[in-house]
Design a protein around this ligand. Structure first.
Ligand SMILES: [Zn+2]
Length: 350
C-alpha cells in the first residue's frame, strides 16, 4: 500500500479527533473502516482484469444455463409437466394410432403419458350420476324393470346382422358419423343424455350391478359435436402454447382426443362408466370390482368394452376400461364370446 495515502488518512482522522474531542471515539471507529475500504478498492483496481474475466465467465455460464433450460422446458413441457401429464389423457378417447408419423417434439409430449393416465375433466364430465339419480328419474317410466329378465338368447345360427342397424354403426377415425345418421336423445338425468333406445338396458345393467352390491357411476354420455370440437381445438391451442407448430399440435391432439365427428359420444351410444368409489377415468378402474363386473356382464345388457386391451392396433384407441358402447345384446354377446372388437365384428358378420 502506498504509505502516503495511508498516513494521510490516519493523520487526517487524528487531526480531526484532536481538534474536536467529541469526535475522538467516532474517529477511532471510522478510521479502520475507511482503511479497509481503501484496501478493498485498491485490491479490485489492481486485480481488475482478473475479476472482469471471472464475472464474464459466470454471466456466460448462467445465461447459457437458463437459455437451455427455457428451450428444454418448452420442448418437453417440463415447466408444466403436471399440466401436460394431465392433458395427455382426457376423458374422451385416447388414440394410439399414428395418423402420421410425429416429430420428436410431439413424441416427447406423448412420452409423458407413462404407464397410467391422468384425467382432465371438462365441466360436463365432472358431474357424476349414480344409480340413485338414475332411478329417481326413471322409476316412474320403467316400473317393474326389476322383474324384467334378459331375453332368451337366440341360437347363433339364427342370428343375422344388418349393416344398417343403428346399434352397429361403426364410428372411428376412418368412419366418421354418417351424415344421414338419425337418433333421438333422451335424458338420463339432468344434464346427461344419451340415445333414448339405450336407456332401458342401461338401467337394467345398473340395477343388476346394484344387486351384486356394486355402484356404477355414469359419466359423460352424449357430447355435442360442438363440445367435441371445442375440446379438440382447446387442446391444439394448449400444445401450441408449449411450442408445437399447428401441424404437430394437431397430430398430438388427434392421438389424445377423438377427432370431432368421429366420436361415439356424439351420437349418444357411448358412456363412460366408473364407480362411486373410483372416480377417475384411469386404466386402474379395470382392477376395481365394478370394472371387473362390467367387463364380464356388460354384454348381457348390450354394451361392449369398446377399446379393449390388446386391440389397440385395430381400434386405434388406447385401452379404456371405462368406455362402453351400446351395440345390442346379440352382437355384444358374440363379441364377448369371440373376443372381437367392433371393427373385427364388422369384418366377420357384416
Ligand atoms: Zn368415452
Amino acid at each position: 500500500m502506498d504509505k502516503t495515502y495511508r498516513e494521510n488518512i490516519i493523520s487526517y482522522f487524528t487531526g480531526v479527533a484532536k481538534k474536536h474531542k467529541a469526535l475522538k471515539y467516532p474517529c477511532i471507529v471510522i478510521l479502520p473502516i475507511v482503511l479497509l475500504f481503501y484496501y478493498l478498492c485498491r485490491h479490485f483496481v489492481t486485480n481488475g482484469k482478473r475479476y472482469a474475466s471471472m464475472a464474464f465467465v459466470a454471466i456466460f455460464f448462467m445465461s447459457s444455463c437458463s437459455f437451455s433450460f427455457a428451450v428444454f422446458a418448452e420442448r418437453t413441457g417440463f415447466t408444466s409437466a403436471q399440466e401436460t401429464y394431465s392433458a395427455i389423457v382426457e376423458t374422451s378417447d385416447i388414440s394410439l394410432a399414428a395418423v402420421d408419423p410425429v416429430t420428436p417434439e410431439s413424441e416427447a409430449l406423448l412420452n409423458l403419458e407413462g404407464e397410467t393416465f391422468a384425467t382432465e375433466h371438462d365441466d360436463e364430465e365432472v358431474e357424476i350420476y349414480t344409480l340413485d339419480d338414475l332411478l329417481e328419474n326413471h322409476d316412474h317410466d320403467h316400473e317393474g324393470t326389476d322383474d324384467m329378465e334378459i331375453e332368451p338368447a337366440v341360437s347363433r345360427e339364427e342370428l343375422t346382422f344388418d349393416s344398417s342397424d343403428w346399434r352397429l354403426v361403426l364410428i372411428n377415425k376412418q368412419h366418421p358419423i354418417p351424415e344421414d345418421y338419425d337418433f333421438t336423445l333422451a335424458t338420463i338425468t339432468s344434464g346427461m343424455r344419451c340415445d333414448e333406445r339405450v336407456i332401458e338396458d342401461l338401467l337394467l345393467m345398473t340395477k343388476a350391478a346394484q344387486k351384486d352390491g356394486l355402484h356404477l357411476a355414469i359419466r359423460s354420455p352424449y357430447r355435442t359435436s360442438d363440445r367435441q370440437e371445442s375440446n379438440f381445438n382447446d387442446r391444439i391451442k394448449h400444445y401450441m402454447k408449449q411450442g408445437l407448430s399447428y401441424i404437430d399440435a394437431y397430430k398430438v391432439t388427434s392421438q389424445v382426443i377423438t377427432i370431432p365427428g368421429c366420436s361415439e359420444h356424439e351420437v349418444g351410444l357411448a358412456l363412460d362408466i366408473t364407480s362411486d368409489t373410483y372416480l377417475p377415468l384411469l386404466q386402474g378402474f379395470a382392477e376395481t370390482a365394478e370394472g371387473m363386473w362390467l367387463e364380464e356382464h356388460s354384454c348381457e345388457y348390450g354394451f361392449i368394452l369398446r377399446y379393449p386391451s390388446g386391440k389397440e392396433y385395430i381400434t386405434g384407441i388406447e385401452y379404456e376400461p371405462w368406455h362402453f358402447r351400446y351395440v345390442g345384446r346379440e352382437a355384444a354377446m358374440i363379441m364377448k364370446e369371440e373376443n372381437l372388437c367392433l371393427e373385427e365384428f364388422w369384418d366377420k358378420y357384416l
